[in-house]
Ligand binder design. Structure first.
Ligand code: GLN
Length: 256
């Protein structure tokens, strides 16, 4: 009898606590850390996210800050490997992943995506004077291609040319350094970071033809519909009032 009563009391406590937690999360927004929007990124992807001193800045950082402000949350950015972001969002380590992340059907099986806020292009970087002059030559030849591990550049190239020709690096810039030193023949990476890396490393050019066009969005845990809705509403408002365009224009002036 005692045991049963103890069980009922503890069940009551658990239910009460669950109720209190639910109340608390719905008021402050459902986030992993109360009052905070925890964003996972990989901060080596200019102009979307990169270090300026010890601060992580860039298009994603600024859009996330604008969203956090609208949601009355404090933004906390965590810098992790790109290919650990989705798993961390799935396990509720982070609220959102925002890392110039392309929306793909495969990723949609694991996480939800917000509305898209930017477009991206998978570009091909080659050394000046390379015999690789377009995407078809790259795909058709026996060239080694450097990619950033777990990115769409990696996924699509592996699909198109096979494991043996793809060399994976944890940071995009490491792939570009390998290109500069002749360890790979080309690098496939998002166009805007490609421009930064080419500007910082002499003797490299971006092919005029795009490999793939894509859309960027934030990823959110599939169970957190509440946050998804709030973020999409904030994004809609920030698009309508020109904030998103202003942020993108600040970092990519040629965009319009
Ligand atoms: N857009 C690419 C992807 O989502 C690369 C993103 C990145 O390296 N940060 O896979």
């Amino acid at each position: 009898m005692k045991k049963v009563i103890a069980k009922i009391i503890s069940l009551g406590l658990v239910l009460g606590m669950a109720g209190a937690m639910a109340a608390c999360t719905s008021k402050k927004g459902t986030t992993v850390k109360s009052g905070t929007l925890t964003m996972a990124t990989n901060a080596y992807f200019p102009p979307y996210e990169y270090y300026e001193g010890t601060d992580i800045v860039g298009i994603d950082a600024e859009i996330a800050a604008a969203i956090a402000e609208k949601l009355d949350l404090k933004l906390e950015i965590v810098d992790v490997e790109f290919d650990s972001i989705i798993a961390g969002v799935q396990s509720n380590k982070y609220d959102i992943g925002m890392a110039g992340m392309t929306v793909t059907d495969e990723r949609k099986k694991a996480v939800n995506f917000s509305s898209t806020y930017a477009t991206g292009i998978q570009a091909v970087i080659v050394p000046e004077g390379s015999e690789i002059t377009d995407v078809d030559t790259l795909l058709g030849g026996d060239y080694k291609v450097g990619v950033q591990q777990g990115t769409t550049g990696d996924i699509y190239m592996t699909d198109d040319v096979g494991e043996d020709r793809v060399v994976r690096f944890s940071k995009g810039n490491d792939a570009v350094l390998a290109l500069s030193t002749g360890k790979v023949d080309a690098v496939v990476i998002d166009n805007e970071p490609a421009k930064s890396f080419v500007a910082a490393n002499a003797g490299l050019v971006i092919l005029p033809t795009a490999y793939v066009e894509e859309e960027y969005a934030m990823c959110i845990n599939k169970d957190n519909k509440d946050l998804l809705e709030k973020i999409n509403k904030a994004l809609e408002e920030l698009t309508a009032d020109g904030t998103i365009d202003k942020i993108i224009e600040k970092y990519i002036p040629s965009n319009g």
